[in-house]
Design a protein around this ligand. Structure first.
Ligand code: TXA
Ligand code: MG
Length: 306
């Protein structure tokens, strides 16, 4: 299907991707159409191994071997200057491309069998909550996709960390499945995180994204036992709901208090709460370190008023 210019949704360890042959401009254009995605938003290119990065990017960066050895296959996307052969549509006209070697066995089998780099954004309509099961993809994109490969629920649950290697200092453009702490340990120095994506100065700077249909608020601290607004309110709790609470519905992200558990469950829990048709959702913040930064980034964007 990929060789014929079709769209194939496939599992990765982060979220499901909506894939097309990265060298087929027509197929890549169908990705943007299927998602209603604006063409100024660049796509990540997936390759089977480190050796394939050079097919789409100029990857002679001295930091690449160490990062790849530690984090690939896995939830890290690296941004390099693109090769001219890669269609400009993939990078939305940018001179740089994000490349990743995914870790999910089915994604790797697909990349190997297809023999072409696969451009793939998350397999959801633009702005909506990302899919972490094949059923989520079917629900959001239905017959806009030619094939959906079912590889079970995603184990990481938040998208890859996007790290730009364009400058002298590596810069995190999007927090994700690889933590800043892990990057710093491997690189041997502090890593900057682009401010607007992690801690917006004003809500207006936030692209509304990961949005539920039900309006969502991110709380400043632990949820009060009684919702502070009238109506039927749903709670996305971190480790446990407050005793004797008055919420219409509760989803707990991680009874074990682990951020990895919370990340893996985040998008499915948001979808379940959204499906109840409540008046409002409120989300408890999670600790802001490690994977917590990626989770908070998604919750802040989901809460941004568009
Ligand atoms: O985990 C993931 O990264 C998933 C799976 C399918 O691999 N993909 C994903 O793609 O999340 P998407 O399209 O939903 O998010 C891609 C984001 C862009 O919106 C942008 O923020 C960043 O990655 N990005 C991609 N290419 C870039 C580039 N050339 N320069 C800067 N940022 C880029
Ligand atoms: Mg996405």
């Amino acid at each position: 299907m990929l060789k014929q210019g079709g769209l194939v949704a496939f599992p990765t360890e982060t979220v499901y991707g909506l894939g097309a042959n990265a060298f087929d401009t027509g197929a890549v254009a169908r990705i943007f159409a299927a998602k209603d995605r604006p063409s100024f938003d660049p796509l990540i290119v997936h390759v089977p191994s480190l050796a394939d990065v050079g097919r789409v990017a100029f990857a002679d960066d001295p930091r690449l071997p160490g990062l790849a050895a530690r984090f690939w296959p896995g939830p890290l996307t690296l941004v390099f200057l693109k090769r001219p052969e890669l269609p400009d549509l993939v990078t939305a006209g940018l001179p740089a491309v994000g490349v990743r070697v995914p870790g999910h066995a089915m994604a790797r089998a697909l990349l190997t069998a297809a023999g072409v780099p696969i451009a793939a954004p998350s397999a959801n309509p633009f702005g909506a909550v990302s899919p972490t099961t094949a059923a989520h993809v079917l629900e959001g994109l239905g017959d806009r996709v030619d094939v959906i490969l079912d590889g079970g629920p995603c184990t990481v649950g938040v998208e890859s960390t996007v790290l730009s290697l364009l400058g002298e200092r590596p810069l995190v453009l999007r927090p994700g499945g690889v933590t800043r702490e892990d990057l710093e340990a491997t690189l041997g120095h502090k890593v900057e995180v682009r401010a607007s994506s992690s801690r917006p100065v004003s809500p207006g700077q936030l692209e509304r994204h990961y949005a539920t249909r039900t309006p969502l608020d991110l709380l400043d601290g632990p949820a009060p036992a009684r919702p502070s607004a009238p109506g039927r309110i749903g709670l996305l709790a971190f480790a446990a709901p407050p005793d004797g609470h008055g919420y219409a519905a509760v989803e707990v992200l991680a009874e074990d208090g682990r951020l990895a558990t919370a990340a893996a469950r985040l998008f499915a829990a948001l979808r379940r709460l959204d499906a109840l048709g409540l008046d409002r959702l409120v989300a408890e913040p999670v600790p802001e370190d490690g994977l917590g930064r990626a989770i908070l980034d998604r919750l802040r964007r989901a809460a941004a008023r568009g």
